[in-house]
Design a protein around this ligand. Sequence first.
Ligand SMILES: [Zn+2]
Length: 111
Amino acid sequence: MNLNRKLHEAFGYCWHEKHAEYRGEIACTCWATFKSEEEFIQHCKSSNPNYKAEPWLVIREMKKKGLRKRFLSSIGTTTNLGALAKMSSLIAIDTTGKLAQLALDWLQKEG
Ligand SMILES: [Zn+2]
C-alpha cells in the first residue's frame, strides 16, 4: 500500500478506488457511481491527495485535526535557523514523502 494512501487513511479518510463495476457503472469505495471510466479517474485524481508531491497538505490536515502544533514540535522547533531550514525543506521542497512518512509514523504512535 502506498504512503499517500496509508497517511490518508490514518487521517480517517476513504481512499478512492474502484469498488465494483455493474452494468457499465463504476462504483467508488466512497459509494459514488460513475458512468464512464474517464469520469471515475477524474474523481479519484481530485479526491486522493498526493501528500508526497504536496507536503503542505500534511500540515493542512494536521491543522484540521487540531494536531499541527504537537506534530510540528515532534519534528523540531523553529527557534533556530537550522531547524527552520529543515522544516521549510520538509514542507515546501522535498517531494519524496519525508514529511508524509513522519506524519504517518507520528499518527500511528500518538494519534
Ligand atoms: Zn470516491
